[in-house]
Design a protein around this ligand. Structure first.
Ligand SMILES: C[S@@+](CC[C@H](N)C(=O)[O-])C[C@H]1O[C@@H](n2cnc3c(N)ncnc32)[C@H](O)[C@@H]1O
Ligand code: SF4
Length: 350
């Protein structure tokens, strides 16, 4: 299960933050390029503007700056596996001490040698997003299933530790198909599947979930019948209705989001929304950008009452709520002996 408490795994950083000290983020979410071979109508990364891609020089500088302090790297986009910088980025991240590297992909290029080789050599996991599977999943996903089989065979052959994950967007409408799509990807060789809510209104910077009734029940039903060795995950708090409250977007100190335009954005749910730029890293590189007063002030000024993307219940929003409770002294759970010791899958990928 994913959890808003995953941020508390990073106990040292969290304690330092509560003590108002400077910290490096636990995880970097980096878009290599905004380019993509698909045109999903509700793409969260559609910029509406001109395409952008990061130069390798920039990527190396950023990874070198964070290396040794930040252990998690999540590559996204656009389609990251299409970017010319993809293989080198994975290699350089390992050289700079990133411990867990996750790649979010549409899976269309997994059969390309250069992509599969870089993944097997350096990545911890991929998360293949499935689109267009609501009618007849097996038939709709034939190409993707084939590429998953191909990659799994390569993993076995090279004894790579790479894990193949799948992500499926949920709605009340597609809930009856979860078991079918889950079984199809499991038999193609995926290690796990992750269900998360379909959102709309990305273009306004105000993403929100659409109807998710009966989704958690359908996921639980599928989990009860799924084969051993294939994991079924979700993030229950993303489906919940409890009120979220925070004064300052604390998660921006733990999860650093950098777009393919070289901008640091507040959170993944508002990427490419200009009003949520925290720092401009491309043209105005400064090794101390994390702690610039202007950046810190922008983060501190965000409040749950007026945050337009609250309705997405995205992970950053949920981490904010947990950190706010700690700041307000409303929970003591973090200070007990067990805190930070709960086992999370890929704990460095926030
Ligand atoms: C913008 S994509 C970029 C990476 C890659 N091209 C892909 O599609 O996985 C990043 C994430 O956005 C998610 N996503 C796409 N459309 C979405 C939607 N309408 N609501 C919520 N998440 C969405 C995908 O599941 C994926 O995890
Ligand atoms: S595959 Fe990913 S980046 Fe490409 S259009 Fe779809 S959601 Fe956007």
């Amino acid at each position: 299960m994913a959890s808003p408490h995953k941020v508390t795994y990073h106990k040292g950083k969290l304690q330092a933050y509560l003590d108002r000290e400077r910290i490096f983020p636990a995880c970097l979410e980096l878009d290599l390029s905004t380019e993509c071979n698909r045109r999903c109508p509700l793409c969260p990364s559609a910029t509406g503007g001109s395409p952008a891609q990061l130069e390798l020089r920039f990527i190396e500088r950023l990874l070198a700056r964070l290396g040794g302090e930040t252990r998690g790297l999540l590559l996204s986009g656009g389609e990251p596996t299409m970017a010319a910088t993809f293989p080198d980025t994975l290699r350089i991240a390992r050289e700079h001490g990133f411990v867990e590297i996750a790649v979010v992909t549409n899976g269309d290029f997994l059969s390309e040698d250069v992509v599969a080789e870089a993944l097997c050599a350096h990545a911890t996991t991929i998360r293949v997003s499935l689109y267009d599977w609501t009618d007849t999943p097996e038939a709709d996903l034939r190409g993707t299933l084939h590429r998953i089989e191909h990659l799994r065979a390569r993993i076995e052959k090279t004894k790579s530790p790479l894990q193949i994950g799948i992500s499926a967007l949920t709605t009340t409408e597609n809930a009856p198909k979860f078991a079918e799509v889950g079984r199809a990807v499991a038999s193609a060789g995926a290690h796990w599947i992750y269900f998360h809510p379909f959102c709309i209104r990305w273009e306004e910077g105000a993403p929100q979930r659409i109807d998710q009734r009966r989704v958690l029940e359908a996921i639980a039903d599928f989990r009860n019948t799924s084969a051993d060795g294939f994991d079924v995950f979700t993030f229950p708090d993303r489906y919940a209705e409890y009120e979220i409250r925070f004064d300052g977007y604390h998660a921006a100190h733990f999860l650093l989001v950098v777009g393919a335009d070289g901008m640091n954005y507040l959170g993944a749910e508002v990427k490419y929304q200009r009003r949520h730029i925290l720092a401009e890293l491309g043209q105005r590189w400064d090794a101390y950008f994390l702690w610039h007063k202007e950046r810190l002030d922008r983060i501190a000024a965000v409040h749950s009452d007026t945050y337009p993307a609250l309705g997405s219940r995205h992970r950053g929003v949920l981490y904010n709520h947990v950190i706010q409770e700690l700041l307000d002294g409303e929970t003591t759970s973090f200070h007990d002996e067990q805190a930070g010791e709960t086992s999370y899958l890929y704990p460095h990928i926030l």
